[in-house]
Design a protein around this ligand. Structure first.
Ligand SMILES: Nc1ncnc2c1ncn2[C@@H]1O[C@H](COP(=O)(O)OP(=O)(O)O)[C@@H](O)[C@H]1O
Ligand SMILES: [Mg+2]
Length: 323
């Protein structure tokens, strides 16, 4: 078995809505694979089918070599799941939650204690293992869920929006744990996210998914590279933007809210030239292309639901205001 996961026209129809539309992808063993897309793109539905929680209306997939339709029991035994909805029990301690899960998953009695100790250590919850979960912070709960997902040594771990709603510091911690799990346990990890920086930071490969379809699939580097360089955002009195076409490394020109947004092969090299053409410049911002830009260039829209409406220019304004 070469691949940890392979899908064959995997499809889910809810009445007249095609939530997941004939997906075909392969995930290599040991890879951290990200499904990146806006709310409603079909991410949760896709991994729910792979976890055998939902049945596809068409197509199928294999997980660890087992068919999700014909061998769902084998699939379930070989995977770990950490879903969006919190599912650890509040009125038990962290350790009790893990004990319960170990029994359910048939972790042999002899190794149970050792496994629990190990996963508690991995997610840094040893010192709080005997506290009731209801006293845990959001980040600690998420870590406990990660620990639980790992308890039975799954070959593939599914994480649905692992850092949704967590503060930046806790998010950073969870990222570190995910990276550590991937390295130390040589596990295949499939995660969904609508956070660009999360996908960029963690994933070996990313499938950008929109309206149930894969728009593009590649490494974060290639996706960012496909945008064609850096982004320069200018505020100037000049309205004729065609003049920038003279510079051959300018691959895209857009005007948004009075800003001229240029995609430039190598911004540093061409900045003076651009400024010369731009006349009196009120403000200028330069940054490397991000996955956001890749998403916009592939789908024509922004991914972040929390960023509101607006494109690159607005985002720069927002980011400036945030600083
Ligand atoms: N049980 C369901 N019944 C009907 N529609 C659903 C159901 N679950 C999800 N959907 C719809 O399918 C689409 C994909 O949902 P989902 O997979 O949850 O997206 P994501 O996880 O990417 O935000 C959405 O339009 C959602 O409203
Ligand atoms: Mg979801």
């Amino acid at each position: 078995m070469e691949h940890a996961i392979e899908t064959f026209n995997l499809t889910k129809q809810f009445k007249d809505l095609t939530a997941v539309d004939h997906l075909n992808f392969k995930i290599k063993k040991g890879e951290i694979f990200g499904l990146l897309g806006p709310n409603g793109a079909g991410k949760t539905t896709t991994i729910s089918m792979l976890c055998t929680i939902l049945r596809p209306t068409e197509g199928t997939a294999t997980v660890n070599g087992y068919d999700i339709l014909k061998e769902s029991g084998e699939v379930r035994k070989s995977i770990g799941i950490v879903f969006q909805e919190p599912s650890v029990d509040d009125i038990l301690t962290g350790r009790e939650n893990l004990q319960l899960h170990a029994m359910w998953y048939g972790v042999p009695k002899e190794t149970r204690k050792q496994r629990i100790d190990e996963v508690l250590k991995l997610v840094g919850l040893e010192s709080r293992q005997h506290s009731l979960v209801k006293t845990y912070s959001g980040g600690m709960r998420r870590r406990l869920e990660l620990a639980r997902g790992l308890l039975h040594l799954p070959k593939v771990l599914f994480l649905d929006e692992p850092t949704l709603g967590l503060d930046p510091q806790t998010r950073e911690h969870i990222w570190e744990y995910i990276e550590r799990m991937s390295k130390e346990k040589d596990m295949t990890i499939v995660l969904t996210t609508h956070y660009m920086e999360e996908a960029d930071r963690l994933c070996d490969r990313i499938a950008i998914i929109d309206q149930g379809r894969i728009v593009v699939m590649d490494t974060p580097e290639v996706l960012k590279g496909s945008v064609g360089g850096d982004i320069i955002c200018l505020k100037t009195a000049v309205t004729d933007t065609e003049r920038f076409r003279k510079i051959t490394s300018v691959s895209n020109i857009e005007v948004e809210d009075g800003y001229i947004v240029l995609t430039v092969g190598n911004a540093g090299e061409h900045l003076q030239e651009i400024l010369n053409l731009a006349g009196k410049v009120e403000s200028v911002q330069i940054r490397p292309a991000s996955l956001d830009d890749a998403f916009i260039s592939y789908t024509g829209k922004e991914i972040r639901p929390d960023s509101g409406e607006g494109g690159i220019a607005q985002r720069i304004v927002r980011e400036k205001t945030l600083r």
